[in-house]
Design a protein around this ligand. Sequence first.
Ligand code: TXA
Ligand code: MG
Length: 316
Amino acid sequence: MLEEKLNQAIEILKRGGLIAMPTETVYGLAADAQNPEALQKIFTVKQRPADHPLIVHIASKDQLMDWASDIPACAYALADAFWPGPLTLILKKAKHVSDLVTGGQGTIGLRVPGHPVALALLKRWGGGLAAPSANRFGRISPTTADAVREELGERVELILDGGQCEVGVESTIVDVSTTIPVILRPGMITAQQIEQVLHKATAQKTSNAPRVSGSLESHYAPMTPTVLLSTSELHRFINNLTDNDLPCAVMARTPLASPKAVSVVAMPMSAKAYAHDLYAVLRDLDKKQLKKIYIEAVPVDAEWSAVRDRLQRATA
Ligand code: TXA
Ligand code: MG
């Protein structure tokens, strides 16, 4: 069954088509990273601006040299520590790499995804697969095959169903093309974990140039107006609730006795479980024609940084 689907996927990719593949973070919309026409289709289907670079997925770190040049030792150290897994490395690009992949920049994003279906596909494929998250531009990334179908429908030829994504938020992106590694997008692999491997400090991205589309303020946003509240603000809101506020939903981590017809979603206490559920819950609530979604703020600890980042964007 999977064999058959994988063969089908390879056929489609070979003739320049698009497929959706599961990864451990979110589903990706994949195309042959060396076929300009196929790459162009990604931008058309996602309605994504052309200057937003794509991540190239490979089967193992042995393929780094096919895509990158001047690879520093720290890139291999991170690859050894975290691949396959939710980490993307930004490196100087190899000469042949298309501007469609890099957004016209001198660097390329590379990652070995930690999902058995993605790895099986990449091994068979042998080359690189460019794959952004399989959502329309600015929307919530899909974490199930059904969510991909909702986002892209007939515009993707085949969806490989790998179940619900384990991590649930996009990979950590670290730029190792500069002397000081820079975290461009927080993910479930934290800055601290990266620093432990590299034995040096990292920097956080500061400028807001459109290098990382996930760094646009209002990225990953539901259509329903969504508001972030501190725990006390949330309790005050619930206590002063009027019919005007209804219907609405609350995503809370602390127990809440809700007096009226509010959909209360009890969110997990751990960052890992929260990240796993986040996009699925938002997507589900977004279908309910609510006036607003209220989200209780999460802890400021390092392990919550990816979730905090996505919540800020969802409510921007
Ligand atoms: O977890 C993930 O990374 C998922 C799965 C499918 O692998 N992919 C993903 O792709 O989130 P996308 O395109 O939605 O986000 C990739 C981010 C973009 O924000 C893009 O700007 C950034 O990676 N990126 C890619 N190449 C880059 C480069 N050379 N320099 C800076 N940022 C880059
Ligand atoms: Mg995306």
